[in-house]
Design a protein around this ligand. Structure first.
Ligand code: GLU
Length: 167
């Protein structure tokens, strides 16, 4: 069981004081890695604790929209590449996922056949690539998410950011 947090506000907030603080409240669940991304596409992720991430952050970030995650690995080892958030190949869509996508392998193979490059071994990484494919086919984000929900089997809480968009 990991932690997953999303914050959206009209005014800028501190990623350290708001997002990572909220994530800390779920630390008791246990985790092996941690990460966050802001609407602007500032992404930080690493193995280890929230405190460790805070230490490695050379500065705080201001954001109006950010998502964050503590991972308890189920698919793929404990590595920085497997930590969340995950993104599509041109880093326009960012995803944090809590849970397991049971049928990820068949979705992954189908996407790879279309030229998608996977950077992680996680089940979660199919999500940004799947959504990108649907957006490219002319679907709205809402429709793309509906199609995702029809396709995936398993358990999930998912947070998605489309770069520079508010919703
Ligand atoms: N299945 C995902 C992974 O292994 C998410 C695990 C979790 O819920 O933290 O990365």
């Amino acid at each position: 069981m990991c932690g997953i947090v999303g914050v959206i506000e009209k005014k800028h907030f501190s990623v350290k004081n708001k997002v990572l603080k909220a994530l800390k409240r779920m630390e008791y669940r246990g985790y092996d890695s941690v990460g966050f991304v802001t609407k602007e596409g500032i992404i930080k992720k690493q193995i280890g604790s929230i405190a460790g991430l805070l230490q490695n952050m050379e500065k705080d970030y201001e954001a109006t929209l950010a998502i964050a995650h503590t991972r308890w690995a189920t698919h793929g080892g404990v590595t920085q590449l497997n930590a969340h958030p995950h993104s599509n190949n041109d880093a326009q869509l960012f995803v944090c996922h809590n849970g397991i996508i049971e049928n990820y392998q068949e979705i992954k193979v189908a996407l790879q056949k279309k030229g998608v490059i996977f950077l992680s071994q996680t089940d979660s990484e199919i999500i940004p690539h799947f959504l990108e494919e649907k957006l490219r086919a002319g679907k709205s984000m809402k429709e793309a998410i509906q199609l995702l929900m029809e396709e995936v089997k398993g358990t999930y809480a998912i947070l998605i950011i489309e770069k520079e968009k508010d919703v």
